[in-house]
Design a protein around this ligand. Structure first.
Ligand code: PLP
Length: 437
């Protein structure tokens, strides 16, 4: 299987290039040249498969150059935690994706990508430098997923004051091959710095840079696995399935679309966003108008120019009506998000984090406005304890951080402050030799 650029279908590379480079030379994102169909017997046995087994069955069709025994090892090792589908109400399920080591769904993608990248690097002496811009959860998942992986160094850029105190601890306390840069700016600045670094001719020559953001296909593919898992749990229902995805950079939703294109029976996706509503507006008006991000209580979705939109458009052959047919967009204010957290606690005694609350709000609105008689799934992407302040405010419940996570709170923060100026960042990349800040 080769991988093409979303900006030029004739520009193709092999798997190793796609994963180690992240971004195509022309600035496009990689997609596999075909989206293969899963065989009928996969769907027959789907309800009994574990996440790791699903990962193997799905990825062998796309990562077909990796010998099956190796691929199986990567899947077993990366996908070693549960993603339970929990019933919250009639025809309403929470897909809990926060049971991994950093309590966010990004563990799935980051752990898989780290193992894939490490596998693909045969020349381990030439260090690969992973750059990650994070609005919260990506950084910690990537840091944890890549921690102490030989031949790989990770630099995390996060917006100063733009992540929760607990997230900041997760980003800045690992040490070793993980370095945190605290950027005086917002998430979009972090993302821009990373993109500029990849486009910079001198850095391209002198440094081997790659990304672990959802622009990297190695992170995207594994996120399709849990859609299969969730739908597999509802396989004997006669109702169509609608999945609401809390969205920021739209990697998660794109992964769902890939699962659907491989044959998974999903009737509709709901793209649920917070006040950063570029995509719902695009679906409404047909005009894609990126704007500066605004801060919300669901901060991992504070993205003003979501980079996976390019992939979404490509997967629907740039046919806006086809995209609309499959994806309905809604956006919610912080107040609406809080109200969903409150009512879900009062009625169902289920504690939502703000991102999950945006997703459930989208599902509820879809059911109220468009079609009620469906099995609804919403993705609950972060543990409520990561957002204890709004959760406590909404529910009066103080969500406990699982024991294994608490140690980070006592470790000292180690981060270097930089401005949002690219030259400063570039200079640091060129001269840093394993900073011990
Ligand atoms: C990253 C993140 C999202 C958004 O996912 P995208 O793939 O960027 O759309 C939603 N919720 C949580 C908790 C996240 O960490």
């Amino acid at each position: 299987m080769k991988f093409y650029s979303t900006r030029n279908r004739n520009l193709k590379v092999d798997l190793k290039q796609a994963i180690t480079k992240s971004l195509s030379e022309d600035g496009g994102l990689y997609l596999p040249e075909q989206i293969p169909q899963l065989p009928a017997d996969f769907f027959e046995k789907l309800p009994t498969l574990t996440l790791a087994e699903i990962g193997f069955e799905v990825s062998r069709l796309i990562l077909d150059e990796i010998p099956e025994a190796d691929l199986k090892r990567i899947c077993d090792d990366a996908l070693s935690f549960e993603t339970p589908l929990v019933k919250v109400d009639d025809d309403c399920y929470s897909l809990e994706l926060f049971h991994g080591p950093t309590m966010a769904f990004k563990d799935v993608g980051a752990r898989f990508m780290a193992r894939l990248l490490s596998y693909l690097l045969d020349d381990k002496e030439e260090e690969v430098h992973v750059l990650v811009a994070t609005s919260g959860d990506t950084g910690s998942a990537v840091a944890s997923g890549f921690h102490n992986v030989p031949g790989i160094r990770v630099t995390i850029l996060y917006p100063s004051g733009g992540v929760s105190p607990f997230q900041e601890k997760q980003l800045t306390t690992l040490g070793g091959n993980i370095i945190a840069l605290e950027v005086d700016g917002v998430f979009d600045d972090c993302q821009r710095l990373v993109k500029q670094a990849f486009a910079d001719e001198q850095l391209k020559k002198e440094r081997r840079l790659t990304s672990a953001n959802s622009i990297n296909f190695g992170r995207l593919l594994p996120q399709s696995f849990y859609y299969h898992y969730a739908v597999g749990q509802l396989m004997n229902s006669s109702k169509p399935i609608v999945i609401s995805v809390p969205s920021g950079n739209y990697g998660n939703l794109t992964a769902g679309v890939i699962a659907w294109k491989m044959g998974l029976p999903i009737q509709k996706f709901v793209a649920s966003s917070n006040a950063n509503n570029v995509v719902p507006r695009y679906l409404e008006s047909g005009n894609y108008e990126p704007k500066a991000s605004v801060q919300t209580i669901s901060n991992a979705m504070d993205v003003g120019n979501p980079n996976n939109v390019e992939r979404l458009q490509d997967l629907f052959n740039h046919d806006l009506d086809a995209l609309r047919e499959m994806v309905k967009g809604y956006s919610f204010s912080d107040e609406e998000t809080m109200n969903t957290m409150i009512s879900t606690w009062e009625k169902q005694q289920y504690v939502l984090d703000p991102h999950g609350a945006v997703a459930l709000s989208g599902l509820q609105k879809y059911k109220a406005e468009i079609e009620n008689n469906v099995e609804g799934i919403f993705l609950e992407c972060a543990h409520p304890a990561k957002f204890d302040v709004p959760v406590f405010k909404a529910t009066g419940v103080y969500p406990e951080i699982p024991e294994h996570q608490k140690e980070v709170l006592h470790k000292p923060k180690r981060a270097m402050m930089i401005s949002s100026n690219f030259d400063e960042f570039k200079d640091w990349l060129l001269h840093d030799e394993g900073c011990s800040c």
